[in-house]
Design a protein around this ligand. Structure first.
Ligand SMILES: Nc1ncnc2c1ncn2[C@@H]1O[C@H](COP(=O)(O)OP(=O)(O)OP(=O)(O)O)[C@@H](O)[C@H]1O
Ligand SMILES: [Mg+2]
Length: 267
């Protein structure tokens, strides 16, 4: 199933003095279920900007971007928020946990915005997810008393608690030592494998990039296939395999958006 189709996507912002700054241009990318994509590139090359587009936090200013068949420039911001809340899990370098709230409360947060059964069973679902990441004994501990690796595992549990179809990780191991980073990646990958989610990881670490099966590089806002890692033989054309029409996914996404329509969503 195709999750994301980007054709000629770009993002240009206006600087405070009114001049335009083009951060990304001409990005063509398809992300499908179970894909493992790594994105590398120098600081400032546009990696986080691209991830924010893929995760529906921002909209492109050029080109076409479809998420589960929805043209993200045409759906309203409410529908975009609901789609993101339901289908996207973000993991960041700085874990972004709510201070002063227990691990269990942090992981429950996304479920507060879900409807029906998930909402009413949120404590149990969150507890199971924390057990899944090996923190069943730390449910009532607050982030400030957890190690970096443990905090990242809480953040992973929170990102994955609604079983999103797309996991976006922005330097998820950047604040961790090598061994803990590898453990954290293995954990994200195993949860993604269980649910068939696609995983897109931004990293500066070649060892983390090598864990993916598609390797991309951003150079000054343009996306290239890279031959630096394991799939040296991948032709640039593989960036954009032929689209498979998927009416079921579309119908399902609309149903989800409608089911959640009475709930105010957040990022
Ligand atoms: N809203 C914005 N307004 C102005 N400039 C922006 C905005 N967002 C991003 N930029 C600029 O666009 C460029 C790309 O930013 P981005 O955060 O995507 O880089 P990155 O590749 O993630 O870098 P890093 O590896 O340091 O995280 C940077 O020069 C940044 O300053
Ligand atoms: Mg960044």
């Amino acid at each position: 199933m195709t999750l994301i189709e980007a054709h000629g996507v770009g993002r240009t912002v206006e600087l405070p003095d009114g001049r335009p700054l083009t951060i990304l241009s001409s990005v063509d990318l398809t992300v499908s279920e179970s894909d493992r994509v790594s994105i590398v590139g120098r600081s400032g090359s546009g990696k986080s900007t691209l991830l924010n587009l893929l995760g529906l936090l921002d909209a492109p200013t050029e080109g076409e971007l479809a998420f589960l068949g929805h043209d993200v420039r045409r759906i309203g911001s409410g529908a975009r928020d609901r789609l993101r809340g339901r289908e996207v899990g973000f993991v960041f370098q700085q874990f972004n946990l709510l201070p002063g709230r227990t691990a269990l409360e942090n992981v429950q947060t996304p479920l507060l915005y879900s409807g029906g059964r998930e909402f009413w069973r949120r404590e149990r679902i969150a507890r199971e997810m924390l057990e899944r990441v090996g923190l069943g004994e730390r449910l009532t501990t607050k982030p400030e008393r957890l190690s970096g690796g443990e905090q990242q595992r809480v953040a992973i549990a929170r990102a994955l608690v609604r079983r999103p179809r797309l996991i976006l990780a922005d330097e998820p191991t950047g604040a961790l030592d090598l061994e803990t980073g590898a453990e954290v990646m293995a954990l994200i990958e195993s949860v993604a494998a269980e649910t068939g989610a696609a995983l897109v990881t931004i990293t500066h670490d070649p060892a983390i990039a090598a864990r993916s099966n598609r390797h991309l590089r951003l150079v000054s806002g343009r996306l290239q296939a890279t031959d630096a890692a394991a799939d040296a033989s991948a032709p640039v054309g593989s960036l954009h395999p032929p689209a498979t029409p998927d009416a079921d996914a579309d119908a399902e996404a609309i149903a989800i958006a409608e089911a959640d329509a009475d709930v105010e969503a957040v990022a």
